[in-house]
Design a protein around this ligand. Structure first.
Ligand code: ZN
Length: 274
């Protein structure tokens, strides 16, 4: 029988459910943890500490809080505001009891990706100590290059490793998402490097459908698309990561269906990973 204790689901995966419903349903299904998106806490309305308590009451851990980042901007004042905003989000992560905040690092049209990466490095450097004091780790999530226009200038594991090397703080590491990294011929070797440096902080799974209809909201369930999720998972495990396997799916199609049935499909697909 499949052990679901390492299975975690992101609240956004079942977006039509409120945070309390998601926690109840995941808990009842034997899922180990939930990763909580800010909008889910905001619409639940009870605040971060109460949300954390409510989730633990359902027998779930909070794996991570999503998301901080967006450090890049043409104007210095905006970059300073982004640093303040990230400190505030780190405090929310601490209140909800999340050990990790995922960073979508940002990219700004009108400046080079090199400049954006420099600003990302400066922004993280200015927040990581605040995170350490709050007991929250920061995970740089490299995003697929199709998002390099405006979401993130960090598009590969090697770029994420380079920023971690530059900052050199034990509270800074990487969130690996199969959707964003599967195409990379350096993926396995960069995972090995990240593992040796104890900086694989979290692992996201879903699938890349053959010819997705939407760049953002048409992700597939594991096994539905072209990613060899089991192989990447083996590499991540071989690199020493032993934490939650977090299902993060944005999908207009799945959000439109019965969410109980959808949760059943996710659990079935996870069991099929072996
Ligand atoms: Zn992700």
């Amino acid at each position: 029988m499949t052990d679901f204790s390492k299975l975690c689901i992101h609240s956004i995966t079942t977006k039509p459910w409120g945070l309390d419903t998601a926690a109840k349903k995941y808990g009842a299904a034997g899922v180990g943890a939930i990763s909580v998106w800010q909008d889910a806490v905001a619409s639940w309305g009870g605040g971060c500490s109460a949300a954390g308590a409510m989730i633990r009451e359902e027998g779930l851990d909070v794996a991570c809080y999503v998301r901080g980042g967006f450090f890049t901007a043409l104007e210095g004042a905006e970059r300073t505001r982004a640093i303040d905003e990230n400190k505030r989000i780190i405090d929310e992560a601490a209140e909800i009891g999340a050990p990790l905040l995922v960073l979508v690092c940002g990219a700004t049209p009108g400046q080079s990706l090199f400049e954006s990466r420099k600003q990302i490095s400066d922004g993280i450097g200015a927040t990581v100590e605040h995170a350490a004091k709050a007991g929250v780790k920061l995970g740089i999530e490299p995003l697929h290059p199709m998002y390099a226009d405006s979401r993130s200038a960090v598009n590969s594991m090697s770029q994420a490793n380079a920023i971690c090397d530059e900052i050199g703080h034990s509270n800074l590491g990487i969130t690996v998402d199969v959707f964003h990294t599967w195409w990379d011929d350096r993926l396995q070797s960069e995972l090995t490097i990240a593992g040796e440096k104890d900086r694989i902080f979290s692992f996201h799974i879903c699938d890349w459908k053959n010819l997705p209809e939407d760049m953002l909201n048409d992700r597939g369930i594991m096994g539905e698309g072209v990613i060899n999720v089991s192989q990447i998972r083996n590499w991540v495990h071989a690199a020493g990561f032993n934490g939650y396997e977090e299902v993060e799916i944005f999908s207009n199609r799945y959000w439109a269906m019965d969410q109980d049935e959808y949760l059943g499909k996710i659990i079935g697909a996870y069991a099929n990973l072996g």
